[in-house]
Design a protein around this ligand. Structure first.
Ligand code: ADP
Length: 231
């Protein structure tokens, strides 16, 4: 079995050209295993969002290769139908839950499966499993506005997992939560990585929950390095 969920080799991303060129990714290489949760730290402007959107196949790198779940998706040009690939293999979680306000918690999860051709029976069953796993069964028929921020974020994570992605990318998922709920959400993401066999990469500034992560990466000036916990 291939245990590497995600790998990148010599990724470069340059915005602009000539004197005004910004090297947002400057020779970034790494790999992440299935079931691993990694924190991505670094100051503003370091290149974290660029890395996340590049790995999420939202924008192409200028150069380099990206492999996800054993498929070479980018090798100086996209190799697969990226919209289908993204929908089937990559989940996203953002700072805000961005749930559809007129749908219940359950419907928000099911719609993600149904746009991907799941039958109504399949989506109902898997949404129920996710809701139970995230301790939201009692809230399944609630609208987003009837849920707390932490509950909304849990629904958003469940929705991101609806299509069983091999890679989950999270951009400051706890920034809008208090520290107790922030920690719970980070622990949930770790649990997701371990039990759903998903690689989870989290951009965060939240140092309070840093012990949750298997590895910590630091980005500075477009360069990625691994951080020792003792640092
Ligand atoms: P971070 O997420 O760590 O704050 P970003 O990836 O957003 O960093 O930005 C990295 C660098 O690339 C910054 O210098 C930023 O100004 C620049 N940058 C980001 N997006 C663009 C863009 N669309 N056009 C030009 N420059 C950009």
């Amino acid at each position: 079995m291939n245990t590497v969920a995600l790998s990148a080799e010599h990724l470069f991303k340059t915005y602009g050209e000539g004197d005004t060129a910004v090297h947002a990714l400057n020779d970034v290489s790494f790999s992440m295993n299935v079931g691993e949760i990694v924190a991505l730290l670094g100051p503003s402007g370091a290149g974290k969002s660029t890395l996340l959107t590049t790995l999420g196949l939202i924008q192409p790198p200028s150069l380099g290769t990206i492999s996800i779940a054993g498929t070479r998706v980018f090798d100086n040009g996209y190799q697969v139908n990226i919209r289908d690939f993204r929908r089937n293999n990559i989940g996203f979680v953002f700072q805000k839950a961005n749930l559809l306000p007129f749908l219940t918690a359950e419907e928000n999860i099911r719609i993600a499966m149904e746009v991907n051709d799941a039958s109504s029976r399949e989506s109902k069953q898997y949404a129920a499993e996710l809701l139970e796993h995230f301790e939201l069964s009692a809230r399944r028929a609630f609208l987003p506005k009837q849920l707390s921020g932490g509950q909304q974020q849990r629904v958003a994570i469940a929705r991101a997992l609806a299509n069983k992605p091999s890679l989950l990318l999270a951009d400051e998922p706890t920034a809008a939560l208090d520290s107790h709920m922030g920690r719970k959400v980070m622990e949930l993401l770790k649990n997701v990585a371990h039990t759903h066999h998903t690689a989870v990469l989290v951009v965060t500034h939240d140092h309070r929950a840093i012990d949750v992560f298997d590895r910590i990466w630091m980005m500075e000036d477009g360069k990625l390095s691994e951080k020792n916990r003792q640092d």
